[in-house]
Design a protein around this ligand. Structure first.
Ligand code: FE
Ligand code: FE
Length: 287
C-alpha cells in the first residue's frame, strides 16, 4: 500500500509514528544523540500531520461507532500465526533495507522479553502486542490504527502529544465532554473509559479471554503514553489501574528499545513461538 500521496494516511510508514515516540522518550544515556536525530528527521512533518488528523477525528461518537462495528469480531477467523503472516502483508512505503517488518518488530520485542528471563505470558505479549494493526488491512486510516491513545468523553490533557490539535476536535466545544471528568466519574477506573480507537483496544478484545490480566493491561494501554509516561489522567484511574500500570511500564522498553541491528531469524525462532502460542491459544481467534 503506497501511502505517500494519500492525505488521509500521511505517514510513509506506520513505524514513523513509533520512531517518533522512541525519540520523544529516548533511553536517558542516548538523549543528546537522539535529540539531534529528531531535529534532523524528515519524517517529522508527516508525523505532525498524522496527529493533526488523529486529534481532530477521534471523537467520543467516532470511538463508540468503531467499537460497535469492530468489536463484534466478525471480520475473519485467524490463528495468531496467521495474523502475523497477514500483518506482514502490510507493505509500507519504506526502504526494506533499513526498516523492520511488523513481524520482525514483534519477534524482537518478544526475544528481548525472553532474554530478560520473564514468564511465558510476558514473552507472548511481546510477540502479539501489535497484531491489532491488521485494522490497516481492513481499510482503516492510519490515524484510527496507531498513535498515542487518550480518553474521549472528557477534557483532553495537554500531556498528550500535540495537544494544540485538539482545538479542531468538535468534542472540545461540547460542554458535556470538555469538563475534567466529562461523562465519567472521578476514580472510576480505565475500564469505564473509551480511549481513542486503535490497535491497542482492538487486540485487547480479540485476546481478552486467553491471557492474564497484566498482559491485557500491557496490550490495551501500551500506546497510552499520556498516562504511563506522562502520568496524566490519574483522576480517572483506580487504585487497581495504578498497580497494573507497573506492568504497562515494565513492557514499554521492550516495545520502544528492542530494535536490534541484527534481523531476527524467523525460521529458527518459529518452533519455539509455535509452542508458546499453542500454550495460550488453542484455536483460531475471532477478529
Ligand atoms: Fe503498538
Ligand atoms: Fe510495538
Amino acid at each position: 500500500m503506497t501511502q505517500r500521496s494519500d492525505p488521509e494516511n500521511p505517514l510513509h510508514r506506520l513505524d514513523d509514528w513509533e520512531e517518533f515516540v522512541e525519540q520523544r522518550y529516548p533511553v536517558p544515556a542516548q538523549k543528546a544523540r537522539e535529540d539531534y536525530r529528531n531535529y534532523d528527521n524528515p519524517a517529522r512533518a508527516t508525523v505532525r500531520e498524522f496527529y493533526r488528523l488523529n486529534h481532530r477525528h477521534q471523537t467520543y461518537d467516532f470511538v463508540r461507532h468503531k467499537k460497535q462495528d469492530f468489536l463484534r469480531l466478525g471480520r475473519r477467523r485467524m490463528t495468531v500465526l496467521e495474523a502475523l503472516d497477514f500483518l506482514d502483508t502490510l507493505v509500507d512505503d519504506s526502504d526494506p533495507d533499513i526498516s523492520l517488518s511488523q513481524r520482525e518488530h514483534l519477534l524482537q520485542s518478544a526475544e528481548a522479553v525472553r532474554a530478560d528471563g520473564h514468564e511465558d505470558w510476558f514473552v507472548l505479549t511481546g510477540l502479539i502486542h501489535d497484531l491489532g494493526k491488521v485494522l490497516c488491512l481492513f481499510g482503516e486510516p492510519q490515524w484510527a490504527v496507531v498513535g498515542d491513545t487518550f480518553p474521549v468523553g472528557c477534557a483532553f490533557s495537554d500531556r498528550v502529544v500535540y495537544p494544540e490539535f485538539f482545538a479542531d476536535n468538535p468534542d472540545s466545544r461540547d460542554p458535556n465532554l470538555r469538563s475534567l471528568c466529562g461523562v465519567y466519574r472521578e476514580g472510576c477506573g480505565l475500564r469505564q473509559l473509551h480511549l481513542s480507537w486503535g490497535h491497542d483496544e482492538y487486540l485487547y478484545h480479540v485476546v481478552k479471554d486467553h491471557l492474564p490480566e497484566p498482559a491485557l493491561y500491557m496490550i490495551r494501554y501500551h500506546s497510552f503514553y499520556a498516562a504511563h509516561k506522562e502520568r496524566g489522567y490519574e483522576h480517572l484511574m483506580s487504585e487497581h489501574d495504578q498497580e497494573m500500570f507497573a506492568w504497562v511500564r515494565a513492557f514499554n522498553p521492550y516495545d520502544l528499545y528492542s530494535k536490534a541491528a541484527a534481523r531476527p531469524d524467523v525460521a529458527a525462532l518459529k518452533p519455539f513461538y509455535e509452542e508458546l502460542i499453542a500454550e495460550f491459544f488453542s484455536a483460531t481467534l475471532a477478529w
